[in-house]
Design a binder for this molecule. Structure first.
Ligand SMILES: [Ca+2]
Ligand SMILES: [Ca+2]
Ligand SMILES: [Ca+2]
Length: 257
């Protein structure tokens, strides 16, 4: 009798582990952001949404600004995938949903600051799946002389020096300072501005005096045009030059200044 009970227990355990094995998700528990599993750039995760209402959280550390692309693929046929994206304070930033069940989801985000970022993977259909989805994150770093988005953080340049830098992410503004040791004519030019199919940079150069007082500016007539600013300098000293984009774009190509 005792032996029969033992055999029954053994058989139950075998069945139980088989059931677990079908849905094994080695990243669980990760239903909350605080339990997010760490990923590396380019690492492929295979995991599953199971049971229903399962939510899988991952985190990644990005060492610089850049363009992030998160891809959810090999989705089970009935699953309608969602990628949520959060900042370092677990603050929700944006999301991308599949248009139809079984379709891949790609979320692309311009990252302005290095640091920790978090993802949540869920199913809008509220299902439970035996097969895995795949999830991976790629990242294209954009390394620039940042931060220089305020006059007080201006990067020093020398007369004649050529700067190559990015307007990235959107609303980026780059400020430079230059010491002019005599009176004369200041010529600043913005060239090779980023041009893309979705929109080109429409450049602006602002000039400020030593008290960070705005003096004048020059704007591109059309997107993609060069910009030239020519000013008679009456007093030697520090001057500040701001470079920005009137189209509020974000570019993974440099401008020359
Ligand atoms: Ca899971
Ligand atoms: Ca989970
Ligand atoms: Ca910049």
């Amino acid at each position: 009798m005792a032996r029969a009970l033992f055999l029954f227990a053994l058989a139950s355990m075998a069945l139980f582990s088989l059931a677990i094995g079908q849905n094994a998700d080695s990243f669980e528990p990760n239903n909350e952001i605080g339990d997010a599993d760490e990923l590396g750039v380019g690492q492929m995760v295979n995991a599953s949404i199971s049971p229903a209402q399962d939510y899988d959280c991952y985190k990644i550390h990005l060492d610089s600004p850049g363009v992030l692309s998160a891809q959810l693929s090999t989705i089970p046929d009935e699953m309608k995938g969602r990628i949520d994206f959060y900042g370092k304070n677990f603050n929700w930033l944006t999301r991308k949903d599949a248009e139809n069940p079984g379709e891949s989801v790609i979320l692309t985000v311009d990252i302005g600051k290095a640091g920790w970022y978090y993802f949540g993977i869920g199913d809008l259909n509220g299902g439970s799946y035996k097969s895995d989805y795949s999830f991976s994150v790629s990242f294209e770093p954009i390394i620039d002389e940042e931060p220089n988005g305020e006059i007080g953080d201006a990067v020093e340049i020398k007369p004649g020096e050529i700067i190559r830098a990015y307007v990235f992410p959107a609303q980026d503004w780059d400020v430079y300072k230059i010491f002019l040791n005599s009176t004369g004519v200041l010529q600043a030019s913005l060239a090779d501005v980023p041009r893309s199919i979705t929109g080109s940079m429409k450049g602006r150069i602002d000039l400020y005096g030593k008290n960070m007082n705005w003096i004048t500016r020059s704007d591109a007539a059309n997107p993609g045009d060069d910009v030239a600013l020519t000013v008679d300098i009456g007093y030697p000293g520090w001057y500040y030059l701001g470079v920005g984009d009137l189209n509020s774009g974000s570019y993974n190509m440099t401008y020359s200044f």
